[in-house]
Structure formats: C-alpha cells, structure tokens
Design a protein around this ligand. Structure first.
Ligand code: BG6
Ligand code: MG
Length: 232
C-alpha cells in the first residue's frame, strides 16, 4: 500500500480550543481597556501568540514596553492553560479519533503541524499523543503560517516528499501554507472562508473512508497551483 503523510493542525481541527483562546484574550484585552469581539477572535485563528497580542494592541491603538508585552503574554497563557487543564477526551471533535485510527490501521504516516506551543500538553490531555508519528508545534518553527515551514518540517520528520503529504486545516493561513508547500490542502470548516483549499469538509464526520483511500492510492492528487506566494 502507498504511504502518505497526513498532517493535522490542532486548534479547530482536532479540538475546539478557540473558545478558550477567546476567553483568555478577551479578559486580557479588557484588563488594558481594549474591547475584544468574537469576530476579532476569528482573525486570530492560526496566528501565533506574539502576533495575536500585536494585533490586539493595534486594534486598541496601544503600544507597550517590551517587559509589559511579555508579562501580558505570560498572563494570557496562564489563563489559557487553566482552561486546558480541564480538558479530556470528550473534547476531541467528532470523528477525529476514528480518522486517526483508520489512518493508523492503513499504515499511514501521521503528524501534527500546529502553531501552538501548548500542543503536546493538549494532545496528552485528550489522550491522542500516541496516535502521531511526529509532532511539529510552535516551539519548532521560526516562521508562522502562511509560511510552509511547519508542514515542511513535518514532511521531513515523516521522511516523505511534500507532494506525498495532506494537510487538514481550519485557518486560511494554514491552507495557504499547505498550498505553498505543494501539499493536498483539506479545509475543515466553512467553505466560503476556506475557498483556497483543494477540498473542504464541514468536519471529519463528512470525510468518508473512501476519500482517504483515494488519497492514499493517488486517485485524488494535488493539482499544482501557480502564482503562490506568502501573503500576510
Ligand atoms: C494556533 C491557534 O493553533 O495556535 C491560535 O489557532 C494561537 O489561536 C496559536 O494563538 C498559538 O497558540 P499557543 O497555545 O502557543 O498560545
Ligand atoms: Mg487551527
């Protein structure tokens, strides 16, 4: 059987942690007099912790000293971790565990490709860490999505060529990163938001096993795209 690399984003693909990021960012923003809405939270999906705080400060028209900036980053993460600590396997999104098991049974290679520095503890909390052959997270990269670095490191660790890899992503930046890496990009979420993806599913309950098999057997392949570049 062919071997492909299946690379999963974490937040919004495996677990719905956006609600915890929202609470922690909102409390932090409000504590320094900045409003923070659900719509703004949407724009932080897939965005690194540093860049997220920079964006919030821009929205609130505020500048901070370096010390204050890093103090607030720590505060946000402490609150976020307090929510993460309550997580268990019941928070894994529908049909994700089945998909991981099915790919493992088909002897496929599986990696995580996430911007989060908290990826390992989250996978441990929801009891999925042992499903992955490689983990690439926010501690391993120097460039954020839409830069393809996170996925290219994943392919390397799985010892596969990028065009033998498939990416599951819920963020626009992540889909762009997968496309730039020349990997089959599969959007998980809203089709109107993720329209740059090669395929889009609302969630993993909509991905039939036959789709995974077609990807593995090369019936479904990446169609090379032209004119891809990193847009921020
Ligand atoms: C991404 C999330 O996966 O990770 C972002 O979509 C988050 O919202 C980023 O800011 C960094 O996560 P963390 O856990 O390192 O703060
Ligand atoms: Mg995500």
């Amino acid at each position: 059987m062919n071997k492909k690399g299946f690379i999963f984003d974490l937040d919004g693909v495996i677990v719905d942690t956006a609600k915890y990021h929202f609470l922690a960012w909102k409390n932090l923003a409000n504590s320094i007099g900045i409003d923070f809405s659900e719509t703004q939270n949407e724009q932080l999906k897939g965005v690194s912790r540093v860049r997220s705080l920079e964006k919030i400060l821009t929205w609130g028209n505020k500048t901070l000293s370096e010390e204050e900036f890093s103090r607030l980053m720590t505060l946000k993460n402490e609150e976020y971790l307090s929510y993460i600590n309550t997580m268990d396997a019941s928070e894994v999104l529908p049909n994700v565990t089945n998909t991981l098991n099915s790919l493992n049974n088909k002897k496929q290679a599986i990696a995580l490709g996430s911007a989060s520095k908290n990826a390992r503890p989250i996978l441990e909390k929801v009891d999925l860490l042992d499903k992955f052959h490689a983990i690439v997270d926010g501690n391993d990269v120097t460039k954020a999505k839409p830069d393809p670095e996170v996925f290219l490191i994943g392919a390397k660790l799985l010892q596969l060529q990028p065009n033998d890899c498939v990416v599951f992503e819920d963020s626009v930046a992540g889909i762009q990163a997968a496309n730039i890496a020349n990997m089959l990009s599969i959007g998980i979420g809203d089709a109107s938001v993720l329209r740059e993806a090669d395929y889009i599913f609302k969630d993993f309950t909509e991905i039939p096993d036959s789709f995974l098999e077609d990807v593995i057997s090369d019936k479904i392949k990446k169609q090379p795209k032209t004119n891809l570049s990193i847009k921020n």
